[in-house]
Design a binder for this molecule. Structure first.
Ligand code: F6P
Length: 357
């Protein structure tokens, strides 16, 4: 009873300071449900880096500090956590990074994290630093790993989806996707110029080992003549037929966008050379899609998701992923997202087929 009374007094003081009452209703209700207050948040970036990860780190650190929480950066992903690469972060340590690509915390692939003994080491490193909550910024692999850690050690966690692939279930967009699409579009528009001048066919490979999201979006907005994605079976005869039909209508140059997981650009080019008389060239865009200054959209998502991740932890909620649903930032329990894969939008695929004629 005394606790309830104290919380009410505290909430009314905060309300008088001009802070949103809604926020304190959430904190109040969670405070009643879960009295354990967190003191220090660990921040980790894992898997393939994505433009906007730094923006998200900054948002997490600064929101944590606004709640008088400590913030710790964990370097080199899960591997760094196992090896105790943990340093305190303050307002200044995230200054000047909002527009920088990559991740200042570095990232690494870490197969060792599949081993429970290594996860125990990781957890005890968190305890040694007094870290009692974790924000994990990364792709679908990081969600699986976090969900295991959360279940095993009951540590409150929030995942922020960041991956250029935009393949994370439960969110419309991931941090970095918009930037990667813009990078690829910029490159393909330039290739289109030379393709037109020389009346050539270009096969352009974009990233996406398991997802055709980048390829599809890029093909749509670059007006590609065809797109190959891992989610749809590649039919060489149908592709050749449609290119030749285009030629009969007077087309002279062609852009074919291939997601790396659908086929190798070199193989597609070789097959088309054999079947047609087109002058074929190949361009593989590669890792330039993972770098560069985050776009305004990637930064906005990172600021909002980073803030929301900390607010959830402060409200006593752990085991969640934040996501984007239209303009809104939402929260989803990890049990609803872990192990699931987002599919490409069939309507966008259809649209590309219609507009590519
Ligand atoms: O970040 C996702 C992704 O870009 C995939 O599309 C790609 O296949 C993979 O990462 C490559 O990552 P790496 O070169 O780091 O192994």
């Amino acid at each position: 009873m005394q606790f309830l009374y104290n919380v009410l007094i505290w909430a009314s003081i905060k309300a008088n300071l001009g802070l949103a009452p809604q926020k304190y209703v959430i904190i109040f209700s969670q405070g009643v449900l879960n009295m354990k207050k967190i003191k220090a948040i660990g921040i980790i970036t894992t898997g393939g880096d994505a433009p906007g990860m730094n923006t998200a780190i900054r948002a997490v650190v600064r929101t944590a500090i606004s709640h008088d929480l400590k913030a710790f950066g964990i370097s080199h992903g899960w591997r760094g956590l196992i090896h105790g690469e943990i340093e305190p972060m303050d307002l200044k340590s995230v200054g000047g990074i909002i527009n920088r690509g990559g991740t200042l915390l570095h990232s690494a692939r870490c197969p060792e994290f599949k081993d429970k003994i290594q996860r125990k080491v990781a957890f005890s490193n968190l305890q040694d630093h007094g870290i009692d909550a974790l924000v994990v910024i990364g792709g679908d692999g990081s969600i699986m790993a976090t969900s295991i850690l959360h279940k095993e050690f009951k540590i409150p966690t929030v995942n922020i989806p960041a991956s250029i692939d935009n393949d994370i279930y439960g969110t419309d967009y991931t941090i970095g996707f918009d930037t990667a699409v813009n990078t690829a579009v910029d490159a393909i528009d330039k290739i289109r110029d030379t393709a037109t001048s020389h009346e050539r066919l270009f096969v352009i490979e974009v990233m996406g080992r398991e997802s055709g999201s980048i390829a599809l979006n890029v093909a749509l907005v670059c007006g590609a003549e065809a797109v190959l994605v891992p989610e749809k079976k590649f039919d060489l005869n149908a592709l050749t037929k449609s290119l030749l039909e285009g030629q009969a209508r007077g087309k002279k140059s062609y852009i074919i966008v291939v997601a790396e997981g659908a086929a190798k650009a070199q193989d597609v080019a070789k097959a088309l050379k054999q079947k047609t008389k087109f002058d074929v060239r190949v361009s593989i865009l590669g890792h330039i899609q993972r770098g560069g200054s985050p776009s305004a959209a990637s930064r906005e998502l990172a600021c909002k998701m980073g803030y929301r991740a900390v607010e959830l932890l402060v409200a006593g909620k752990g085991g969640y992923m934040v996501g984007a649903k239209g303009e809104e930032i939402i929260e989803l329990p990890l049990s609803r997202v872990a192990g699931k894969h987002k599919k490409i939008d069939p309507k966008v695929y259809e649209l590309v087929q219609i507009l590519s004629k």
